[in-house]
Design a protein around this ligand. Structure first.
Ligand code: 0O2
Length: 245
């Protein structure tokens, strides 16, 4: 290899590294955002809808595989535009309602652009796969410009995640040709996971209602003044008793 070719290769390596770095920066931005959301929500509502967050940048091999599979042009601009899950975040929540609460919070972030939403919870895939996918454009501030980078965010319950990771392992173990009986069993398992999610959600809601009722009860105090019974909020009593004459 002559010097000219070598320096061309070096330039290509730098370009590719910079390309991949952008996706890691976008993930860093999002991870910070989710961390803030998590802590703020916990502080205000004494509750946290996010159980766990993981992220990854797709390997160059997987990117190339996808480019060939989908028949896209093999160039950086084409990859940047067409492969929208090079950077991926996976979030698990305890309850389905948490997933939609989180979606609302993401949509409310001024600097994030929600490009596409795929709701595989409302419309599960034929194999039973359930998850909420958001394709976002995340602004990344570089020294000389702002890049808007695609990131795929998958939000699902712990039960959905349990199912998806086993299904993924089976799919690869059988080299994508899963025996029919396993396909059927997986579908049944997906149904059971969905039932479990529904049950947990209803228990969670009942617990919340009970908690709210308890709080309401605690807030009201009965007071007898001149043989007359008053039911007064605790707040009112506290502030009244603290009033100076
Ligand atoms: P990996 O290794 O997780 O990144 P496409 O992205 O074009 O192949 P589509 O329809 O555009 O497919 O996107 P979709 O359906 O939103 O799926 C993208 C990702 O969702 C997949 O990425 C998986 O991570 C996950 N996913 C989708 N369907 C299934 C499924 O049936 N089972 C499991 N376990 N995961 C699924 P990758 O690139 O395929 O894989």
């Amino acid at each position: 290899m002559d010097r000219k070719q070598l320096s061309k290769l070096r330039a290509l390596k730098i370009e590719l590294t910079r390309f991949m770095m952008l996706y890691q920066f976008a993930l860093d931005e999002l991870n910070t955002k989710f961390n803030i959301l998590k802590q703020e929500f916990e502080y205000i509502h004494d509750y946290n809808p996010i159980e766990n967050v993981t992220s990854r940048v797709k390997s160059p091999e997987s990117i190339l595989k996808k480019v060939h599979k989908k028949g896209f042009e093999l160039s950086l601009p084409s990859i940047r535009e067409n492969i929208q899950d090079i950077a991926g975040v996976r979030i698990t929540c305890s309850f389905i309602s948490d997933i939609y609460e989180l979606k609302k919070q993401i949509e409310g972030q001024q600097d994030l652009e929600v490009v596409e939403i795929k709701d595989y919870i409302a419309n599960p895939k034929p194999n039973g796969y359930q998850s909420l996918h958001l394709i976002l454009r995340v602004p990344v501030s570089m020294s000389d410009r702002i890049e808007r980078v695609f990131v795929e965010v998958q939000i699902r319950t712990i039960a959905m995640d349990f199912w998806a990771s086993l299904e993924h392992k089976i799919y690869y173990k059988y080299n994508q040709e899963v025996p029919k009986h396993l396909v059927a069993e997986l579908k049944e398992a997906a149904h059971s996971a969905a039932q479990l999610d529904k049950k947990m959600e209803s228990i969670h809601m009942e617990m919340n209602e009970h908690k709210e009722a308890l709080e309401r009860k605690e807030e009201v105090q009965e007071l007898v003044i001149n043989n007359e019974k008053f039911r007064l909020p605790l707040d009112f009593l506290t502030t009244t008793l603290q009033m100076k004459e």
